[in-house]
Design a protein around this ligand. Sequence first.
Ligand SMILES: [Zn+2]
Length: 323
Amino acid sequence: MKLNTNCKSFVLDFGLKQPNLFLDSAGDFAFFSHAHSDHIKSNVKHVLTSKPTLSILKSKGMKINFDIIDKKIFEKNGISFDLLESGHVLGSRQLKAITEEKSFVYTGDLNVNGTIINPPAEVPTDVDELLIESTFAKPTYSFLDATEVAQQISNWVNSNLASGHNIVLGGYSLGKSQELIKILNDYNNICPVVNDSISRISQEYVAEGVKLDFINSNTQEGHDALSKQFVAVLPQNQVNLTLKKKLTEFYKRSVKIAIATGWASSMKFSNYDEAFALSSHSDFKSLLQYVQEVNPKKIYCNHGFSTEFANYLRRMNYDAISV
Ligand SMILES: [Zn+2]
């Protein structure tokens, strides 16, 4: 088994024994770590993924024209695959591939501490080679505990409601939006209004046992909720100054907008009233702790600050490269 990288695609090459496995990359046989669009490819024939990821893809309207591979069918050929929680969003998994000669882990997007609704990533053992994501793998990225950020969001929402504003929070439709709904439910006792796409994905969380209360804006209940002072959660790319102006004029009430993203820990988001550093990825020290616990013989760093992270790991005497 060997990791091949070219043109930003990652391929596990099993030699003649099996077809190559494309990791969040396009190829006949692919592993989808989770349902964020940058990890999903359309031109694949056979896919290894988790059940919740498959359900989310269907709920997003993706036409599933590939076979779903049961990981057990490979065991008889001397290769086994294991899917481990990655802590990032519903259904996100790390891949562990084991052959007679070595074991390999691909983290996908990783959250070692978990989110307010996702369990933490599992830490795999007996790993020879590790391909790890490095989105925030720079010492300057250090995140507060998710519960502390949740409290910040809750306080901001309460104070702006008390001042008479409507509130719109923005986050990715998958993952961050459900975290925001959960915070509003549990910290503020508020049932937010959401759009269709967030409602559909949130239903998948509910189906997997996550308690979330929300109102779809395209229902009578949604129209009623919007006719009073409201808190809404919308996809991040829809929350902007234009929307703020439109909503203010339409509902005759001033609006405060905020987004939730890990990048808010280092960047200014001046087009928003507030930006909260709520991340569904690990910060630098959590990634480092994960590497130390897994203790692989060889490390490949990809995405984000991969060069910086590999340099840092080499100074700690790991065999690490950026790919
Ligand atoms: Zn992701």
